[in-house]
Unconditional design. Structure first.
Length: 281
């Protein structure tokens, strides 16, 4: 039972980090980023790149963030900035981007899966059960990150400007807020959180070009259930989606876990389309 609970906490924490980026891009910029999972995939390949180049382990984080940020900034400058607020057009465009990114990774690394070693070895005993120290460290890091983000969201001038831009872009521009720069920064930040999640997940998963689709689907379902516009809603949605899939998957099978997750999301779309906690734009 202890292992089941710890695995559930791990699933909730990592999915929360992935879904955070999608919530920013989808909820704030009204961009349906179908390439969000591919940024998770790019982040997961960062340790593969550093290992193949013989670079030290500590460079994995800067390699991940710089690579994801450059790709996201290039896409924002050339394609995304023309699609803000155009949901259907952004869906089609980013779906094409997702295919392109997968093909590029396949050309570079092949279709086969990669694996990387865990940077923090060993286990720790929790209530009589041995659990990987790396996973505990990642969960703690994500919790600290969300705490810092919540503080920043309440006190930062930039956060206030983003809220003003989301609420009324024309008025925000009229009072001197550079909405173009803010939108670009928000898009890049959202993609970087996905890339960072991929990097943190890399030692625990099979790294392959098609891995991003699963994370995109689960993140989207988490937003459907939790609603857009608040960290509380994001947390509730992630907990319900990850909890449903993990518990049903452990008790029955992964197939039943996916079916339960899908059923829950459809029920929310039907009965409560705005999610549990949704704030106004």
């Amino acid at each position: 039972m202890t292992i089941l609970i710890l695995n559930l906490i791990w699933q909730i924490s990592t999915l929360a980090l992935i879904a955070l980026g999608l919530a920013i891009v989808f909820g704030k910029l009204r961009i349906m980023n179908m390439a969000h999972g591919e940024f998770v995939m790019i982040g997961a390949y960062a340790p593969v790149i550093t290992f193949s180049l013989g670079l030290p382990t500590w460079l994995q984080v800067p390699v991940c963030l710089v690579t994801v940020a450059l790709v996201a900034l290039l896409l924002e400058r050339t394609i995304i900035r023309h699609l803000y607020g155009r949901m259907f057009d952004s869906l089609l465009a980013t779906w094409g981007i997702a295919i392109l990114l997968r093909e590029v990774i396949e050309l570079m690394f092949g279709r086969g899966y990669q694996s990387v070693s865990v940077p923090i070895a060993g286990t720790v005993e929790i209530f009589g059960a041995q659990y990987p120290l790396y996973r505990i460290s990642v969960v703690g890091l994500i919790c600290v990150g969300f705490g810092a983000l919540a503080w920043w969201n309440r006190r930062s001038k930039v956060a206030t400007q983003i809220k003003a831009m989301v609420g009324n872009p024309e008025l925000a521009q009229a009072v001197g807020i550079n909405t173009g720069r803010l939108s670009a920064a928000a898009f890049v930040f959202g993609c970087c959180t996905a890339g960072l999640a991929g990097l943190l997940l890399a030692p625990t998963i099979r790294i392959e070009p098609t891995m991003g689709i699963d994370y995109l689907i689960r993140s989207f379902f988490a937003l459907v259930v939790g609603g857009l516009g608040s960290l509380e809603g994001l947390g509730l949605g992630v907990t319900l989606i990850a909890g449903t899939q993990s518990v049903i998957g452990a008790l029955a099978s992964q197939t039943y876990g996916y079916l339960a997750m899908l059923t829950l999301s459809i029920l929310f779309l039907w009965l409560k389309p705005d999610g549990i906690r949704s704030s106004s734009r």
